[in-house]
Ligand binder design. Structure first.
Ligand code: NDP
Ligand code: 2IT
Length: 452
């Protein structure tokens, strides 16, 4: 029987090796550290997990695809972007995870997202493996025709790697309903197949699941509510700060408002808006979903209750709850210290890895309930898996049914994380609970399926 400290030193050695073998991929290193630093208790307790090569296989993607994406802009100029799909782990089902279109995308970013996705998808309890993809293409300011040509070129290469039983992409930053439509159209044209289950987040009239657009934000609020219940409180009357103003942020604000909380902020890369009356969702949706505008337009049109703060940090606004819903590492140590000073009770991650490790540590030390993204934002991919189930059965469920299933899944993820943390001596630590519970499910499947 190995001790916890022997196990931890083996894991630390492996982390050093990961850094050497994957140079210049800081986000992937960060994600690997965050998981491997919490696994010692379970690896020490269950000798089968110490089997040589198990964790080494887990941190190495099964397959990584990179490709050229040439397209023509509206002026006829040829542009060249880079496309990625990292198929990380298929022990539990077909690779599943979104596509991100953002100029900051590179292989390390996609690997961090794919690695997180393995554990997140395991936590849903559904049959989905982990993958992620995307491109350094920037959709901001591009016409619909440019976005369509880009998506068609991207799919002209990607199609050979995906399929309803192989790898099922969906949306992420910069990829929403419009992009999924163009991608699906090109896949159907190239393959001459109506293969609904090859992409999720489709339009509701052609195979999309009701509640998929809402699922990540709604799910995160349900997770935050479950954490608050553990503290003997609910969301009614709580003030919430939300970052971002895209898919996840909008439906986070919608669910917070429905449950009686007051969501007072949103943001984008230009700055943030604070609205003391609570964000007016019709106005925000009009500006972001219809006009594809910037958040300063919200403050201009809303009147006296709202103001726009160019550049500033949304975490400066005092609140009971914080739900980061934009991007990685957007909530750092300084922001965490400010939130704590202002009396924050819970932080629940809608985005993937938005809180830096130092900030997570500070929040946990201060007794703030902290919901890590791989648990808290799993509602999106869970409803994607329900979309796949509907597609396979050639049926569609009512919104009420999907929402009920989503609520059950989020409750079960919360319970699993909570109980697992307690079982391994870290009560209240949802990071440890999520990592260990996700790891156990994937590791058991990998061990059962042999060395592949
Ligand atoms: P969207 O593209 O719809 O919205 C992203 C929002 O975040 C925009 O307001 C955007 O502002 C802002 N943002 C993005 N990058 C940056 C940056 N580098 N600095 C400042 N602001 C930034 O994406 P989603 O809402 O879908 O995704 C948000 C987060 O949630 C991501 O971390 C994603 O991985 C995660 N997630 C998404 C899921 C989904 O189902 N969509 C599921 C689970 C997690 P701007 O327009 O100015 O760039
Ligand atoms: O990070 C995520 O979980 C997503 N972007 C959603 C993935 C999906 O397949 O729905």
């Amino acid at each position: 029987m190995t001790t916890r400290s022997e196990t931890q030193s083996t894991l630390d050695h492996l982390l050093t090796e990961i850094e050497h073998r994957n140079p210049a991929q800081p986000e992937f290193h960060q994600a690997a550290h965050e998981v491997l630093e919490t696994l010692a208790p379970v690896v020490a307790a269950r000798p089968e997990y110490a089997e040589p090569g198990l964790i080494e296989r887990l941190v190495e993607p099964e397959r990584q695809v990179m490709f050229r994406v040439p397209w023509q802009d509206d002026q006829g100029r040829v542009r060249v972007n880079r496309g990625f799909r990292v198929e990380f782990n298929s022990a539990l089902g077909p690779y599943k995870g979104g596509l991100r279109f953002h100029p900051s995308v590179n292989l390390g970013v996609i690997k961090f997202l794919g690695f997180e996705q393995i554990f997140k998808n395991a936590l849903t309890g559904l049959g989905i493996g982990g993958g992620k993809g995307g491109s350094d293409f920037d959709p901001h300011g591009r016409s619909d025709a440019e976005v369509m040509r880009f998506c068609q070129s991207f799919m002209t290469e990607l199609y050979r790697h995906i399929g309803e039983h192989t790898d099922v992409p969906a949306g992420d930053i910069g990829v929403g309903g419009r992009e999924i439509g163009y991608l699906f159209g090109q896949y159907r044209r190239i393959t001459n197949r109506w293969e609904s289950g090859v992409l999720t987040g489709k339009g509701r009239g052609w195979g999309g699941s009701l509640i998929r657009p809402e699922a990540t934000g709604y799910g995160n609020v349900l997770f935050a509510a479950a954490m608050m219940r553990e503290r003997g409180e609910d969301l009614e009357g709580q003030t919430a700060v939300v970052s971002g103003s895209g898919n996840v942020a909008i439906y986070t604000i919608e669910k917070l408002t429905a449950l009686g909380a007051n969501a007072v902020t949103c943001s984008d890369s230009s700055g943030y808006v604070v609205d003391e009356k609570g964000i007016d969702l019709d106005l925000l949706k009009q500006i972001k979903e219809v006009e594809r505008g910037r958040v300063d337009a919200y403050a201009e049109r809303r009147g006296a209750s709202a103001r726009f703060v160019p550049g500033g940090s949304v975490w400066d606004v005092p609140a009971d709850l914080a739900l980061p819903s934009a991007t990685q590492n957007e909530l750092d140590e300084n922001a965490a210290a400010t939130l704590i000073r202002n009396g924050v009770k819970a932080v629940s991650e809608g985005a993937n890895m938005p809180t830096t490790p130092e900030a997570v540590h500070l929040l946990q030390q201060a007794g703030v309930a902290f919901g890590p993204g791989k648990a808290a934002n799993a509602g999106g991919v869970a409803v994607s898996a329900l979309e796949m189930a509907q597609n396979h059965a050639r049926t569609s469920w009512t919104a009420a049914r999907v929402e009920e299933e989503l609520a059950d899944i989020m409750t079960s993820i919360h319970t699993t994380c909570h109980e697992t943390a307690e079982r391994y001596g870290a009560p209240g630590d949802y990071v440890t609970g999520a990592n260990i519970a996700g790891f156990e499910r994937v590791a058991d499947a990998m061990l059962a399926q042999g060395v592949i």
